[in-house]
Design a protein around this ligand. Sequence first.
Ligand SMILES: *Cc1c(COP(=O)(O)O)cnc(C)c1O
Length: 361
Amino acid sequence: MNYGRTFNFSAGPAMMPVPVLEEIRDEMMNYRDSGMCVMEMSHRSGVYQKIIDEAEADLRDLMGIPDNYKVLFIQGGATLQFSMIPMNLMKNGKAVYIETGAWSKKAIAEAKKVGDVIVAASSKDKNYSYIPDCSDLDIPEDTDYVYICENETIHGSTWQTLPNTKGHVLVSDQSSMFLSRPCNVSDYGLIYAGVQKNVGPAGMVIVIIREDLIRDDVEDLPIYLQYKTHAENDSMYNTPNCWAIYCCGKVFKYLKSLGGLEAMNKINLDKAKVLYDFLDSSKMFRGTVEKKDRSLMNVPFVSTSPELDAEVVAATKAAGYDNLKGHRSVGGLRASIYNAMPKEGVQALVDFLKKFEEEHG
Ligand SMILES: *Cc1c(COP(=O)(O)O)cnc(C)c1O
C-alpha cells in the first residue's frame, strides 16, 4: 500500500521503510501489551531495556561489531561529535583531517577550537568533486587520529578505499552512508552516524568506539561530553532519545530480514546505476562528481544552467518528486537515494527527467 506517499529525495530527515512505519503504527497505542506507547515509557522500565538491548544486539550483528567496541546512543546529532571527538581523542592535541566537502569542513572548524589540525589533503581545488589520493599522507608521529567524512552528503562523494593512516586511529563520519554497505569496523577507532539520513528519526547519533580510546583522564570535560559517561551507563546516563532508538531498532531488524549489508550494497548499487546511467547518457544533465568517487546515497547533478536547474526542481516537485533542490551552498539538484528509497522511485524520477529533456532539449 502506498498511502499517497511521495518519492521523497530529501537528504535528511529522509524516507523510512514502509514496513517499519507500519509496524510502528501498529504498536503506537499499546506497545506489546505494556498499555502504553514507547513515547510514554520510562527508559528505566524492563520493557524499554529490552528495546535498547535488542537494538544494540541487532546493530552489532548487522555490522559484525567486535566485542572490544562500545555502541553508544548519544543526543546532539552528528554535529556534537565534531566537538566530542577532538575533546576526547586529542591526547597530544594534534589530529589530521581530510577535507572533502561541507561536512568535513565543519568538523575541521570545530576541531581547531580544541587543538592543532593538519589538513593533510583536500579536494577544495575542484569544489569537492573528488576524493584526494590518501595512500601516502604526511602524518606526524604524534597525531592522535586521522579524520574523514566517508560520504559527503552535500557534495556527493564517497570513499572507496580508506586512507592509509600509517597506523594511526581512523575516525569516520558515516552519517549519510551508515548501513548502506558492509563495513569492517576494526579498520576504525571510531565510527559515528547521525541516524536521520539512512536509519531513523532525527536527534540522535550512534557512536561505535574502540574501548581503549575511551579515556578516564578527561574529568575536566562536561560530564555529558565524555564518552566514558555514555559507555559506563550503557547510553542511559540521562534519558536517551528513546523513540529514535526504538525506530532504529526496527530498521536494523528490517535490514537483517533483507539479507544484511551485503544485500543492501547490491540493492544500492543497482538502484544508483539507474540514475548514473541516465546522467552519463543525457545531454541536458550531468553528475558533478568524478565517476570513481561517486556516492551511492547522494547524487548531485546539474542541467545546462542555474535557471534551467530551478525549472527542473519546480517541475519535479509538481510531479510528486520532492526535495530535489541541491543544497543552498552548491545549487543544482541532488537526489538522495538512501536505503529506504525504492528502485521504482529512482526509475520514476529518471523517466520524468528523460521526458523533461525531450520536451525542453
Ligand atoms: C547531516 C550530517 C551531519 C549533521 O547531522 P546533525 O544530526 O544534523 O547534526 C554531519 N555529517 C554528515 C556527513 C551529515 O550528512
